[in-house]
Design a binder for this molecule. Structure first.
Ligand code: DLL
Length: 448
């Protein structure tokens, strides 16, 4: 098998023939492919990205010093902060005319982080989603109702491109308008649904209200991800909708959905290791950890050229599983992501940082810096975000007189900065518990 830096996809419908064998390579063959790609990408990054060049110079390293994957730990890690600092185009490693798409996701401030793709990068991503859908037993003849949001978020276009490349009929409905979701699922006979698991719970509820029993519809597979979800939630979804609910994992910085996906055994998420080289590190010491031990997941994109990510710290906590999967795939699995090592919270699939909410609150005259972010999700419901907030004692009586205007100003600021609608509750000065150490700003009461 020849190894090219970026796979050439055949969009004629036979794409699977050329890529599905990548899931079943021997360990040595996989390593060989990974290493050949890595040598190319590291050289590319060092030659074309001023940021990587500077990092290597600081560490007195050249790409020739990295002789095998055992030397990976010598390379610096890249973090979300670097993407913020270099906003918007500072990490591009190709000329702008080679970039055919950009995506973005939230940063801690009002500015998002930006990720760019060349045509070949998109082909890698598309291929990953093809392999994910195939692992769920999806193929030509299936109808995929894609209810991930389209736009800068990678969920919509990621599943869209992968579904089409696989030869599936894609219904690009995007998120929202839940009644219409139920109606089209029924009328078009969707066999596959893709959205966040929490949104699917909402669809289940809406279907019940509309007198539609999802168990009687042709829908049989769900591709759920973009936020943590539990096996309990899986069971609930599967029994109430009569489908098989599979995990799909990914992040904007690495490409989007499709970095990993479950197979029909539903026991761990297979990582597409020939594109995304995983490591687990101790988030405090940055030391590499062996398979089986939980730590922070770090990825190196082996064949993405617009913005190579070499040792990107995902902040997601998991471990690599050691046992062979009964499905026969040799690409390794990771345990499903349940937690992060930073304070990012994911609300209805949207990533936000408490700092963004704080910035929104404090930009409104009269607010006091004492607040709590309360998250709730009842089974079957969408995530709800409530902000409990104190106002300045001196302004209290004025604000109470115009409470509606004040609350709506705050709601507007939160929505402007995070894109999320929040309920704002004003409380008496002095009633939010004061902390003696780290303030506990986020109270996550969601049942997942
Ligand atoms: O959420 C990409 C995606 C879209 C994945 C659709 C799956 C389906 P971001 O918005 O950049 O990208 O958020 C990435 O979301 O670091 C995890 O913390 C979390 N996440 C993504 N998938 C899963 C999952 C998309 N299956 C961040 N389980 C990641 C748990 C997930 N957490």
């Amino acid at each position: 098998m020849t190894v090219s830096a970026a796979p050439q996809l055949d969009f004629s419908g036979s794409i699977l023939n050329s890529v599905s064998n990548l899931d079943y390579l021997t360990k040595d063959h996989l390593r060989e492919i990974q290493w050949k790609k890595f040598e190319i990408i590291l050289r590319h990054a060092c030659e074309n990205s001023p940021w990587y060049r500077e990092q290597m110079q600081q560490k007195k390293l050249t790409s020739a010093d990295i002789k095998s994957f055992d030397d990976m730990h010598k390379l610096p890690c890249i973090t979300k902060q670097v993407l913020r600092d270099t906003y918007p185009f500072g990490l591009f490693a190709v000329s702008k005319d080679k970039i055919i798409r950009m995506h973005a996701s939230s940063g801690t401030t009002g500015k998002p982080i930006v990720v760019a793709h060349t045509r070949e990068d998109l082909a890698v991503w598309t291929q990953s989603v093809v392999r994910a859908l195939h692992a769920y037993g999806v193929g030509p003849g299936d109808i995929l109702q894609n209810a991930y949001g389209y736009g800068l978020f990678t969920g919509g276009l990621g599943l869209h491109d992968g579904g089409q490349a696989l030869g599936v009929t894609v219904v690009p409905i995007s998120g929202g308008n839940t009644e219409r979701q139920v109606m089209l699922m029924k009328d078009f006979g969707a066999t596959v649904i893709s959205c966040t698991p929490s949104y699917f719970l909402h669809i289940i509820e809406k279907a019940k209200e509309m007198g539609v029993d999802l168990r009687e519809l042709p829908v049989r597979v769900g591709a759920f991800g973009a936020e943590p979800w539990s096996d309990e939630m899986r069971q609930r979804i599967e029994s109430e909708a009569g489908i098989k609910a599979y995990d799909i994992y990914g992040l904007t910085e690495i490409c989007g959905p499709g970095v990993g996906a479950e197979c029909v055994n539903q026991n761990g998420t297979h990582i597409l290791e020939d594109h995304f080289y995983p490591e687990i590190i101790n988030p405090d010491t940055l030391e590499p950890l062996p398979d089986g031990q939980e730590g922070e997941l770090v990825f190196t994109t082996l064949d993405r050229f617009a913005m190579p990510m070499i040792r990107y710290r995902t902040r997601d906590l998991t471990c690599l599983m050691t046992e062979k999967c009964p499905c026969g795939r040799t690409i390794r699995r990771m345990k499903r992501i349940k937690a992060r090592s930073d304070d990012m919270i994911i609300i209805r699939g949207v990533n936000i940082f408490p700092g963004q909410i704080e910035a929104a609150l404090l930009s409104v005259e009269g607010t006091a810096p004492h607040y709590q972010i309360i998250l709730t999700r009842e089974f079957g419901g969408l995530d709800k975000l409530e902000i409990k907030l104190e106002v300045k004692p001196d302004d209290f009586s004025d604000i109470i007189r115009e409470i509606e205007t004040f609350q709506s100003k705050i709601r507007h600021e939160i929505s402007r900065i995070t894109g999320i609608h929040a309920k704002v509750t004003l409380v008496q000065p002095g009633t939010i518990p004061r902390s003696e150490g780290k303030a506990k700003r986020v109270i996550d009461n969601r049942v997942i």
